[in-house]
Write a protein that binds this ligand. Structure first.
Ligand SMILES: C[S@@+](CC[C@H](N)C(=O)[O-])C[C@H]1O[C@@H](n2cnc3c(N)ncnc32)[C@H](O)[C@@H]1O
Length: 308
């Protein structure tokens, strides 16, 4: 009989040493076919014991003591495919810490492609030090807006989410990362409640086709909020709204950056062109996948659509 076939609290006890626990947990995760068993074991052990990775490596013979119960609970959750970031309630993005809740998507490294591209555009225009106004549609944890504000010292931003809990979390994250005074967060249906021109609009909207959600990995399908995933029947529903809002709200010469799913770049670029957003280009992520669409609002101010 292997440890993995027993309830976790029977093989993780206060007498288990750090080194044994590390090996047992990694073995159980490997047997459950998790992608990164050794890494997950180390991160959860450090979290449960409130120690640094170096303490785990240099003092493996210390018994884990009363933290055994918390560790057993975390391991059982991971074996049910809950992502490590959710169990820890934290994820790093753009080198900054973000607190998560059940209402927020776990920020993905791919989304840093969008942040990088938007920053490059601002720097290329020599505007990184300007008083830019930024709008983040579907802000979730606030990761995109907060990362941008951390790099653009005179910019201010508005983040909007339909989920009140996500908007609250984003507000807390902005304060934690020292940009709270330059960011405001609203609850709303995309940008329906927002006026005034913006220099930069960013969005990572839900883009999974409704019928494709069931086939996603359990870590995603069971734990990321449905509101953050479901992009309607063809995955493109949110882009129609974001495109229309960008046309209405961007100042002439302003920029729109959106994340897209693999294979969606052409559809989203053409959709934005139908909204009058010109010169769209696709930007690839580190895996070579077209991950971000950049479009520009080139019309004169007099051409701008009026809000209904
Ligand atoms: C893919 S998640 C992105 C979250 C975050 N920006 C990120 O990159 O990690 C999409 C976000 O859009 C929000 N959302 C979905 N429908 C919305 C709507 N109608 N209006 C505003 N936000 C919406 C979801 O709650 C979710 O936080």
């Amino acid at each position: 009989m292997t440890a993995a076939s027993l309830p976790v609290d029977q093989w993780i006890t206060p007498a288990t040493t750090r080194g044994e626990a590390r090996r047992l947990v990694a073995d159980a995760f490997a047997a459950a076919r998790l992608d990164t068993p050794a890494l997950d074991a180390r991160v959860l052990l450090c979290k449960a014991l409130d120690i640094a990775a170096i303490d785990l490596a240099t003092e493996p013979d210390v018994a884990i003591g009363p933290a055994a119960a918390a560790l057993a609970d975390m391991v059982a959750r991971r074996l049910r495919r809950e992502p490590v970031a959710r169990i820890c309630g934290r994820q790093e993005f753009w080198g900054l810490p973000f607190t998560l809740s059940a209402a927020t998507l776990v920020p993905r490294p791919d989304t840093e492609t969008l942040v990088e591209a938007a920053l490059k555009a601002m720097r290329d225009e020599g505007r990184a030090g300007s008083r830019l106004r930024i709008l983040d549609l579907g802000t979730g944890s606030g990761c995109i807006l907060i990362a941008l504000l951390s790099e653009l010292p005179a910019a201010t931003g508005v983040g909007i989410d339909l989920s009140p809990e996500a908007a609250r979390m984003a507000r807390d994250n902005a304060a934690m990362n020292g940009v709270g005074e330059r960011a405001s967060f609203l609850v709303g249906d995309w940008a329906a409640a927002v006026k005034a021109p913006f220099d930069l609009i960013v969005s990572n909207p839900p883009y999974i086709g409704t019928g494709d959600i069931e086939a996603l990995a359990p870590d995603v399908k069971l734990y990321d909020p449905r509101l953050a995933l479901d992009g309607g029947p063809d995955g493109l529903a949110a882009y129609w709204r974001v495109g229309a809002e960008a046309w209405r709200l961007l100042r002439p010469g302003g920029h729109l950056f959106v994340e897209v799913g693999a294979g969606q770049a052409g559809d989203v670029g053409r959709l934005f062109a139908q909204h009058g957003l010109e010169d769209w280009v696709a930007i690839r992520d580190l895996a070579g996948i077209e991950r971000v669409i950049h479009a520009t609002h080139r019309h004169d101010a007099g051409d701008m659509h009026q809000s209904p």
